[in-house]
Ligand binder design. Structure first.
Ligand code: T5A
Length: 201
């Protein structure tokens, strides 16, 4: 089973992923958490480049680097784990590319990004995608003490377009579960767990 978590920076994905991992462990179900970009030596190296605020790059280059990191992660980690019946939880997957590089940067038309995502994900599609939906001001309040990376420096209007992208995806994909991320972490976790346990059974 492949589960992904999506949303704008600071929406609370990492917090929820940790709660889900703990719950699955308590249920004695094998689960592995991987992040995007990252998760393999090469993908973590690409992550360092992508998030480095001192490196400038063209939007298409950015799209290709996220895709390259994804291709490695899928072939080296995600697919082998799924073949061993491990539940894989992804902290972001290709929906982030639609939202950030498609809606946010406008790097390529969405159809072309979808094709690129299909190639980079080697055809994998998540069984369930949790979209933690939060307003921009609340998300930036949560992140106010953290250092900004290259993506986060893009500014308010960029994040408005990214959020619009996630809302478009949630409205048009049945695998998406939209959750109000302004709730308390425990409430969000119960909503997540209801959907995961339903899928497991
Ligand atoms: N990106 C990524 C692309 O542009 N294209 C792509 O294809 C992909 C895959 C990755 C960046 O790359 C971009 C998107 C990103 O900008 P990252 O470091 O992985 O960068 O950043 P994020 O994924 O955004 O992770 P963050 O750590 O910034 O945010 P999270 O994981 O959403 O939030 P979390 O859980 O760390 O929580 C943030 C703070 O809020 C608190 C937490 O305690 C923490 O302090 N919090 C809550 N507070 C109140 N109520 C709740 N319910 C809370 N939940 C968490």
């Amino acid at each position: 089973m492949l589960i992904s978590f999506e949303g704008i920076d600071g929406c609370g994905k990492t917090t929820q992923i940790e709660l889900l991992r703990e719950r699955l462990n308590r249920e004695k179900l094998p689960a592995e958490v991987l992040r995007e970009p990252g998760g393999t030596d090469l993908s973590e190296t690409i992550r360092g480049i992508l998030l480095n605020p001192d490196i400038m790059m063209n939007p298409v280059t950015e799209l290709l680097l996220f895709s390259a990191a994804r291709s490695e992660l899928v072939t080296q980690k995600v697919r082998p784990l799924l073949e061993q019946n491990v539940i894989v939880i992804l902290d972001r997957f290709y929906d982030s590319t639609v939202a950030y590089q498609g809606f946010g940067r406008g790097s390529l038309p969405i159809d072309a990004i979808n094709q690129m995502n299909h190639v980079a994900a080697h055809g994998l599609v998540p069984d369930l995608t949790f979209y933690l939906d939060i307003g921009l001001s609340e998300a930036s309040e949560r992140r106010k003490d953290m250092e900004e990376d290259r993506i986060e420096r893009a500014g308010q209007s960029f994040y408005e377009r990214v959020r619009e992208g996630f809302n478009y995806l949630a409205d048009n994909n049945e695998r998406f579960v939209r959750i109000n991320a302004a709730q308390a972490p425990e409430q969000i976790h119960e909503a997540v767990w209801r959907r995961v346990s339903a899928l497991l059974s």
